[in-house]
Design a binder for this molecule. Structure first.
Ligand SMILES: CC(=O)SCCNC(=O)CCNC(=O)[C@H](O)C(C)(C)COP(=O)(O)OP(=O)(O)OC[C@H]1O[C@@H](n2cnc3c(N)ncnc32)[C@H](O)[C@@H]1OP(=O)(O)O
Ligand SMILES: O=C([O-])CC(=O)C(=O)O
Length: 374
């Protein structure tokens, strides 16, 4: 992986602290969690194993995983008060605002009283996020009050069953699992850094995660998977995609799902999720969305040397699984919560308040002119 030339605005290239959780843009595929290559984890682990790894520094044994999954399963249901709050949020609300409110409200009724409760708080959010998303979605869109518990073993399968009310296929469970693994952690990205800044004030876990959700919401970060979907579904064919993208670039519009702050030539997560998109496309018997996505990828590389980031092929992958576009970024939340919480714990373990300086560019010192004379 070629190192990107870093510098300039956005704190690019400046180290803002230490982490033992993740490398981005380094050796191998360029992305490792606690020393494990993300492609190795995507091939050989489950999301729950990755969550355990991020929270404990080591992959679990069979016994440890079984205990952990039992613990998470017992924490999936939502308190009645939270269900009532979710019922009041309208169908046209932004689902990321629903996640932010759900997280914040849970922090009111099940607060993290001190840091000895940090694992409980993180696991509670991990277990409850799929229900927060789906309870609101099914209530506001279909008028259905779903049962927030399922017999699905994995969080990915649990989410799909809550959403569709049907037992998901083994393949869809696996795709969700891989997707959750790919999105789990990414060093000092904007939302994780938000969580760490909040943690550095010795704030509570729910506040750190609520702030991170707000940061992930933006289209330059997690919101790009939805924005990419909105874009590709407007393209009628691969040729139309290229034509329309040429117009967007000429108008200096950002093409969502392309480019990255750290990677320079590729995002290692793309090849993995792209392969799943292709597989699902072939099985669906309609490959047009995949073909259009590939045309976008080729066009952006040929014209701008910009490559797909993790978000771009997530759009077609989720779409082939029948997941509504507005839930794409909330799924990212369900996954990245693991990285955020692990960073909060790491920050707390060796803390100094994060407080950088600014280069002043304002006016010279001046006197207040009385208001009547201005
Ligand atoms: C999971 C994630 O959060 S991955 C990121 C998801 N975000 C997106 O997909 C949004 C689209 N992408 C972008 O906006 C950017 O690539 C970011 C925000 C990801 C990174 O921003 P930066 O680090 O500032 O990008 P970078 O320094 O590589 O930009 C270089 C040039 O390419 C342009 N560029 C970068 N990405 C894009 C894009 N997707 N579409 C069009 N032009 C782009 C920039 O505008 C810049 O042009 P300039 O030199 O004329 O100003
Ligand atoms: O690292 C970043 O800047 C954004 C990103 O890819 C992520 O958070 O997964």
């Amino acid at each position: 992986m070629v190192d990107k030339k870093l510098g300039g605005a956005g704190l690019r290239g400046q180290s803002a602290g230490e982490t033992s959780l993740c490398t981005v843009g380094k050796s191998g595929s360029g992305l490792t969690y606690c020393g494990y290559d993300v492609s190795d984890l995507a091939d050989n682990a489950t999301f729950e194993e990755v969550a355990y790894l991020l929270f404990n520094g080591e992959l679990p044994t069979l016994d440890q995983l079984a205990t952990y999954k039992t613990e998470l399963t017992a924490m999936r249901d939502l308190p009645q008060a939270l269900k009532e709050v979710l019922q009041r949020i309208p169908a046209d609300a932004h689902p990321m605002d629903v996640m932010r409110t759900g997280c914040s409200f849970l922090g009111n009724i099940e607060p993290e009283n001190d840091f000895s409760e940090q694992n409980r708080a993180a696991n509670r959010l991990l277990a409850a996020f799929p229900a927060i998303m789906c309870y609101w979605y099914r209530y506001s869109h279909d008028g259905v009050e779903i049962d927030c518990t399922t017999d699905e073993e994995s969080l990915g399968g649990h989410f799909l069953k809550l959403l569709n009310g049907e037992t998901p296929s083994e393949q869809h469970r696996r795709v969700m699992d891989v997707s959750l693994i790919l999105y789990a952690e990414h060093e000092f990205n904007a939302s994780t850094f938000t969580a760490r800044v909040c943690a550095s004030t010795l704030s509570d876990m729910f506040s750190c995660i609520t702030g991170a959700i707000g940061t992930l919401r933006g289209p330059l970060h997690g919101g790009a998977n939805e924005a990419a979907m909105d874009m590709i579904e407007k393209f009628k064919s691969p040729e139309d995609a290229k034509e329309q993208m040429a117009g967007m670039l000429a108008r200096k519009e950002k093409i969502m799902g392309f480019g990255h702050a750290i990677y320079r030539t590729s995002d290692p997560r793309n090849v993995i999720i792209k392969a799943w998109s292709e597989k699902l496309a072939k099985e669906n018997g309609d490959t047009s969305l995949y073909d259009i996505s590939v045309a976008c990828e080729e066009y952006m590389w040929d014209t701008k040397k910009l490559f797909c980031n993790a978000d771009f092929f997530h759009a077609s992958t989720y779409n082939y699984m029948g997941i509504p576009t507005k839930l794409f970024t909330p799924i990212f939340v369900c996954s990245r919560l693991t990285g955020w919480a692990a960073h909060v714990m790491e920050q707390r373990s060796n803390n100094r308040i994060i407080r950088p300086s600014a280069d002043y560019t304002g006016s010279e010192p001046r006197k207040v002119v009385p208001i009547a004379q201005r």
